[in-house]
Design a protein around this ligand. Sequence first.
Ligand SMILES: [Zn+2]
Length: 461
Amino acid sequence: MGWSVHGWVRYGCALVGLAAVPGCADAEAPGIRETRGALTEAPLTVSLTFDDTLANQFPAAAMLEAHEMRGTFFVNSPRLDRAGSMSLAQVKEMQDGGATLNGGHEIGGHSLGHHHLPELSYDGKRMEVCNDRADLLANGFTAQTFGYPFGDDGGTGSDAWTAIDDCNYNLARDIGGLNNAAGYCGKPPSNTSGSHAESIPPRDRHVVRTPASIGPGCTLDDLMAYVDNARLNTSGPGWIVFPFHNVCDGCSSNAISPALLAQFLGWLRGEVESGRVVVKPMRDVIPGLVEPAVIWNGEGGLLKNAALERSGSVDPSLAHCWQRTGDGLNRYRWERITGRRGSGLRLTISAYETGGRHLTSTQDSGACAPVNAVEGQRFTASAYYRSNTSPVLAVHYRDASGWHVLEESAAGRLPPSPESWASARLTTSAPVPEGATHVSVSLGLRAAGWVEMDDFRLTPR
Ligand SMILES: [Zn+2]
């Protein structure tokens, strides 16, 4: 490379472009001034983004404000007011101002449960992204920009990308994707042929590319060099979005120390004052409307094969991603039937003493069981049934010790409906406890009788 990152070269104002270079504003006085060399006339745009709703980001917002900067904070709505996370009041203050902050920061969405979106079903992705955004909007946030949890967007054309559109986000931030040829923050060189900066507008608004996540390996030189490299190797308006997580001294493998962040912000402020850099929240770089909330209630919600259309590969009398559960002394049988729409299932208990039998969405570790359980979350389960007795609908959750019933419909709550399809519905009042990872739903009997079932659904809240 012929250029030096921290070198200074001389340009005449006329060469650089008058409007873009402070110090050249006086066009009547052409002359030589010093500025760092750049292929681009426009200043580099820098966005400072912070993921995961972490409590230590509230003081970081104050640090940004001390340098006249505003950031983008990607919030998981269910984490608000939880231990270790920011409170709703704090995040409101970031956006709107209050006792500590002046406000003006962008609040974006980061999904309900912070899962790897590509691992979720089509509906699961939309529920994670849309329903989180709907919660943020309901709390007064604009939620125009999304940050993929783990920066995991699923790759080109993924249905995580289309979820961004379906949920009415304007913009989504990846993690990584930019040139890392010099090595960076202790990471080996990578992506040596990639762009040094995202373009404005971005190559694809579903995946705004960034440097790698900022961690303890980063030095002030790394951060400054990344900005300088981007300026020096980008033609046209360039954009660097830094993905920060924790702001603390060594509390995490994705932490930057408050001291280093302060140093970087101080340097960046000098760049801003010199006209080489502007710092903006992401939504101010690519302005867009605040689109309405979308609440996603896909066919089966979080469940796979919720309409029971696909037969089980092991037991064709069952449906794929569903299992029989039960206990006690009773004689029972299962049959595939023509259901409310397409296929359904029928359970008959012909002799009963104790226990019960249930059709349960498969309680595995994620292939069938939705991984959307997050502490504090509530769910609505529903199903259609015909029965000559009172069935029982339940929501279950999994933690390290196994599966447990979260809540079930009270005995006798669902009335017999032998002639027509009735809707069973249960919204849990008990939140999912700490340590929960997966959820499941079941419908069955605890008495002699029969029940036909079809068209299940499970949705967050
Ligand atoms: Zn995250």
